[in-house]
Design a protein around this ligand. Structure first.
Ligand SMILES: [Zn+2]
Length: 378
């Protein structure tokens, strides 16, 4: 029996039920879903979020850069980046970078990436020492993605500090911790590290071979990937594994058309697991026996796109399911006929971009944002 009790997958934001959040069940659902992707409403919704994030997101203040990434990148996917003050956004993002006072500090075990918000930017102590540097891999991935989106030249930032100190976060088994102390290690942060190296065009920030071995150790008996070795296969973990391997250059695009003996992962089993995630209602589930959820149309759909298997899914049924999650005033919800949220709205846009909906920019599936190269921007 399908269940809906699982938290959503996200590299930076944990979704929580918040006190004061209107219960979706208390809101009347729209009478019938629109039959089209309502771009103008989505632009209006995201422009509102850009100008003033509603109070429901207060508890996620620590992930401010992640929220900003969804907002700015969402407007870009909607071909509405003109709503954004690009210089202001770039300067704001840059203000979150942690800077070492000397090159020697880069070996002190801390990570000189980007803080997630002002509340994690602790002041120096009385000796001028940064005791509580909270630079975070997910915040750094989001910061760089926003900077790329608004056209900031990443070659001008202090990438050496980011990359040298990022090696402090890689564990002996090849996985990554997101910050230098007291955190879990799993595929989400391997993905963030790979995306950071890819965007900075410099792989000195990680031991790629070790990271690859860790990823491969996460493939389960059923073909999907768990977030850690031995865990249940999961759509988000599978995306992180496959997208990381693609960014690192260990797998090519459209693997299904290539010689099967050269694969580093079990592709037939992986393809089978992904195809089974499309449920009877047309949507994608994150794991077996779960309800369809908007965001997995991206997490699993993107894996299929990279593998060359996206053409095998039922696109008409997926589109029909996604439209039942489209809110009448813009945005997408997790499940049909509920209130929208920023996270599922963003992944609704990426899912429609994978479906090549008009009015949306093409998607770079491995980075989860607009394909700048396809637009001729890079
Ligand atoms: Zn979801």
């Amino acid at each position: 029996m399908a269940t809906r009790d699982s938290p959503d997958f996200n590299v930076g934001v944990e979704e929580e039920e918040e006190e004061g959040t209107p219960s979706p069940s208390s809101i009347s659902p729209p009478s019938s879903p629109l039959s089209y992707f309502d771009r103008d409403r989505h632009v209006a919704f995201f422009e509102m979020l850009y100008n003033l994030m509603p109070y429901h997101y207060q508890s996620q203040e620590i992930n401010r850069l992640t929220l900003a990434f969804f907002t700015v990148s969402g407007l870009h996917l909607l071909q509405a980046l003109d709503r954004v003050d690009k210089d202001r956004v770039a300067n704001w993002v840059l203000s979150f970078q942690a800077h070492p006072r000397s090159r020697a500090e880069l070996k002190n075990g801390q990570f000189y990436g980007f803080h997630g918000s002002r509340t994690s930017q602790f002041p120096l102590n009385e000796n001028g020492v940064s005791v509580h540097n909270a630079g975070h891999l997910a915040s750094t991935y989001c910061a760089l993605a926003i900077l790329k989106t608004v056209g900031f030249n990443l070659l001008t930032i202090d990438k050496e500090s980011i990359l040298i100190s990022m090696r402090n976060l890689q564990q002996p088994d090849g996985s990554f911790m997101p910050l230098h102390i007291g955190a879990e290690t799993d595929l989400r942060f391997v993905y963030c590290a790979a995306a950071i190296c890819f965007m900075l065009e410099d792989w000195s920030g990680m031991d790629k071979e070790k990271a690859k071995d860790y990823i491969l150790s996460c493939q389960s008996y059923d073909g999907g990937f768990g977030l850690m070795p031995g865990l249940e296969s999961h759509g988000g973990g599978t995306y992180c594994a496959v997208a990381s391997l693609r960014l690192m250059g260990y797998i090519e695009d459209d693997l299904l058309s290539k010689n099967a003996t050269s694969f580093v992962v079990n592709v037939p089993l992986l393809l089978d697991w992904c195809m089974q995630r499309q449920a009877i209602d047309g949507g994608f589930q994150g794991r077996a026996n779960k309800y369809s959820d908007t965001c997995y149309a991206f997490w699993v759909g993107a894996v299929l796109k990279i593998l060359g298997g996206y053409k095998l899914i039922d696109k008409i049924a997926l589109r029909r399911f996604l439209l039942t999650c489209q809110y009448e005033f813009g945005g997408f919800s997790k499940y049909p006929s509920e209130l929208p949220d920023l996270y599922h709205s963003y992944y609704g846009f990426t899912a429609f971009s994978l479906l090549e909906e008009s009015g949306l920019n093409p998607l770079c599936t491995e980075l989860g944002m607009t394909d700048l190269a396809a637009l001729g921007i890079l």
